[in-house]
Design a protein around this ligand. Structure first.
Ligand SMILES: *Cc1c(COP(=O)(O)O)cnc(C)c1O
Length: 501
């Protein structure tokens, strides 16, 4: 078989360099400050001795260009969605338009002090108020809070409201039901709220079945958590029926909204009977993520949960906006100030740019792209669930297992081809899972180039499986022992030290 060389990665200019602290020690300064206009004083005459720091041991001698180059090169070791195709399933690594960046950088937004009085920040409050209404409209909820800083904190907030709701009725409940395909944050958020987590088994189609929920549903169950589409990328077609089962016993249905990219403009979780759901603005609403940057996990609620929303709530009185703190049933404030405001500006700009028709075509294209990947790869890689895919497709290594090739080997070889690997070994109900989410922002060409790399790896698995064990060979680092790297990380690499695999 004659496959093109699909690799876009080259050896290029790779620097192997020590950390700054491992460089030449000595005393020098990279800064050149003008002479002070006030007389110099001896610090020890003004500051008590115990607060004065002497020389820092091992402080390297570095000049400005050396520091700039070091940090620029570090930044270039990073792979981001602006670098290339990033099919990390469940994370919706879509392109973030630079117009939204420009909006977030407007001085009137970027330089705001969070403690300015309401009358001085009317524009910012109006933006928050409008974004809350947009998200409510898109998802079918009565109200939205923008406060949580990530999806996981949104889940925490949502379940705090669930707990407060049952407490207010005088009947505290103790259990939350979570399907076995759920993201790990679902049981974690439940446990952090003091709930006992009960796992529900998915059916043969990878779906949660109403009779499974009914069998576990008692008057001690506070909520059932569902992700729709779920982490297999398939639509939970029983959600409305499950909502009825849960509500009949006085429970609430929590929706994990991380996968809203498949539903935007098409269907609304609130209409399906979901009572509370977190959004991940940094996934669905085109704001940057990865690398530990700020996120935003707004929570939408049905009307019976509105009294419990975190404070402050943005309120509109006539044509004025204000932050309201005095709400007797609130779960309280979850975060410093009012949330990650810069992320809200980006999301607002993106929704305005898309408009209703644009949101609809976002989900249409996201689903089309995932199904294109599925159609092109289904003969090379095993598809564990035949249920139709929405915005992502889960494959696994079953076809390669007998050749001794695993999902890990495939993921590592993708790096040699110049791609960020997909999410692997998740969801846990699929052995050797590879979860591919191309998103709507990839062109047909970039999807086909990625597919060509995957096909080349499938061929390599047949022809020289042992070679795959050495992957990656073109990356900055060879394959590391991941357990050892996590347990005994070598944080101070020294020139000449060989890092043991
Ligand atoms: C990403 C994700 C979360 C958690 O969101 P964070 O913003 O990463 O905290 C929860 N559930 C699912 C299904 C996810 O994909």
């Amino acid at each position: 078989m004659n496959l093109p060389d699909t690799s876009r990665a080259t050896q290029g200019i790779n620097f192997n360099e020590p950390l700054l602290f491992e460089r030449k020690p000595g005393h020098c300064s990279g800064a050149s400050l003008p002479a002070p206009e006030v007389p110099e004083v001896e610090p020890s005459s003004e500051i008590p001795k115990e607060y004065l720091r002497g020389q820092v041991e091992g402080m390297p001698c570095l000049y400005e260009p050396e520091v700039v180059r070091h940090y620029l090169r570090l930044s270039q070791l990073n792979y981001g969605v602006d670098t290339g195709f990033y099919p990390l399933g469940s994370c919706t690594m879509k392109y973030n338009p630079k117009s939204a960046e420009a909006a977030a950088r407007l001085p009137g937004f970027a330089n705001l002090h969070p403690l300015l009085p309401d009358e001085r920040v009317q524009g910012a409050l109006e933006l928050m108020w409008r974004l809350e209404r947009m998200l409510s409209e898109i998802s079918g909820f009565a109200a939205v809070t923008l406060q949580p800083a990530a999806g996981a904190q949104g889940e925490l907030a949502g379940l705090m409201m669930v707990r407060a709701y049952h407490l207010a009725k005088g009947k505290p409940r103790h259990k939350v039901l979570v399907p076995d395909s759920a993201h790990g944050t679902n049981p974690a958020s439940s446990a952090l709220n003091g709930f006992e987590v009960v796992e529900l088994k998915s059916g043969p189609e990878g779906l949660l079945e109403p009779q499974v929920v009914a069998a576990a549903m008692t008057e001690d169950v506070a909520a059932v958590m569902m992700t729709n589409p779920n982490t297999l990328g398939v639509f939970e077609k029983n959600v409305a029926e499950i909502a009825k089962v849960v509500h009949a016993k006085g429970g609430l249905l929590y929706g994990d909204g991380a996968n809203m990219n498949a539903l935007l403009g098409r269907s609304r979780p609130g209409d399906m009977g979901v009572d509370v759901m977190q959004f991940n603005l940094h996934k669905t609403f085109a704001t940057p993520h990865g690398g530990g940057g700020p996120g935003s996990g707004p929570v939408g609620v049905a009307k019976e949960l509105v009294p419990f929303l975190p404070v402050p709530v943005v309120v509109k009185d006539g044509d004025k906006f204000r932050l309201e703190f005095d709400r007797p049933q609130t779960i309280g404030q979850l975060r410093t100030f009012w949330g990650n405001f810069g992320i809200m500006v980006r999301a607002y700009a993106w929704v305005r740019e898309m408009g209703p028709a644009g949101l609809k075509s976002t989900s249409d294209l996201a689903v089309l792209n995932a199904n294109y990947v599925r159609a092109l790869l289904k003969d090379d890689f095993h598809l564990p669930y035949a249920t139709p895919s929405l915005h992502e497709v889960v494959l696994n290594d079953k076809n390669q297992k007998d050749l001794g090739v695993t999902t890990m080997d495939i993921a590592k070889r993708l790096i040699d081809h110049g791609y960020h690997p997909p999410t692997i070994y998740f969801p846990l109900i699929v052995a050797g899972a590879m979860m591919i989410e191309p998103t709507e922002t990839e062109s047909r060409e970039s999807i086909e180039a990625f597919v060509a790399a995957m096909k080349a790896i499938a061929v390599e698995a047949k022809e020289s499986p042992e070679a795959l064990k050495a992957a990656p060979t073109r990356a900055f680092r060879e394959r590391l022992d991941e357990v050892k790297a996590a347990r005994k990380p070598i944080l101070r690499w020294k020139p000449g030290t060989k890092i043991e695999p």
